[in-house]
Design a protein around this ligand. Structure first.
Ligand SMILES: O=C(CO)COP(=O)(O)O
Length: 252
């Protein structure tokens, strides 16, 4: 049995004060067990958030990092810097980073290697655009992205990672994928992991769905056999909504 994981991706939202207010509310209402909880916040709020959530089962994640350990990379942050302030997860290869910041399968791969070396859990995002879906390329796109992200890794390393399948057309649009369609693509991703890293790894790796997930639809995704949780943008910004998502993931 894979433990479900609900990760919030705050994107470029929340000041330190707002993050602390969320943490206080989430701590007070956090009474769900059996679900892994992660909040991925902007860099500036990470230290305050790890401090505010210390002693709880809500972990903190970043939304990006550089692959080098240190160096002349103005504006960048390394895995060990995140680790030092108590961060445990890092989102890598989100479609917004691929689209606006030139993230490629190669840089995602370098970042996955660096994250694992620093003992951070990478949440690796894959997913097709509307154009690619309509052209029937979904399976090829997620295959290439998955193979690219994990190139050169061992089965043991891959088993530690989380994959998030986020169809780009479903992100922030209110147009979520049907649970059945999401499960079908996630099953393809799992079969790619099986081909490359073996059946045992494919059965161990957690694969989330992301794209307009809300408290009202979380249960339908969690009811699918291959969906192990969700990576949630908008509906993770309010503590009560985030906790409802977590509760929805526990029901199954
Ligand atoms: O991009 C996402 C999470 O990484 C999804 O965002 P929404 O949940 O706001 O659609």
């Amino acid at each position: 049995m894979r433990t479900p994981i609900i990760a919030g991706n705050w994107k470029m939202f929340k000041t330190i004060a707002e993050a602390k207010a969320f943490a206080a509310e989430a701590k007070a209402g956090n009474n769900t067990s059996g679900v892994q909880k992660v909040i991925c916040a902007p860099f500036t709020a990470l230290a305050a958030l790890t401090e505010a959530l210390a002693g709880t089962d809500i972990a903190v994640g970043a939304q990006n990092m550089h692959f080098a350990e240190q160096g002349a990379y103005t504006g960048e942050v390394s895995a060990s810097m995140l680790k030092e302030i108590g961060v445990e997860y890092v989102i890598l290869g989100h479609s917004e980073r691929r689209q606006y910041f030139n993230e490629t399968d190669e840089t995602v791969n370098q970042k996955v290697v660096a994250a694992l070396a620093a003992d951070l859990v990478p949440i690796v995002c894959v997913g097709e655009s509307l154009e690619q879906r309509e052209a029937g390329e979904t399976a090829n796109v997620v295959r290439t992205q998955t193979e690219g992200a994990f190139a050169g890794l061992t089965a043991e390393q891959v088993a530690k990672a989380i994959i998030a399948y986020e169809p780009i057309w479903a992100i922030g649009t209110g147009k979520s994928s049907t649970a059945e369609d999401a499960n079908e693509t996630i099953a393809i991703i799992r079969s790619v992991v099986a081909e490359r890293f073996g059946q045992e790894t494919a059965e161990a790796v957690r694969i989330q769905y992301g794209g307009s997930v809300k408290p009202e639809n979380i249960a339908s995704y969690m009811a699918q056999p291959d969906i192990d949780g969700a990576l949630v943008g908008g509906a993770s910004l309010a503590a009560d909504s985030y906790l409802q998502l977590v509760a929805g993931a526990q029901q199954q």
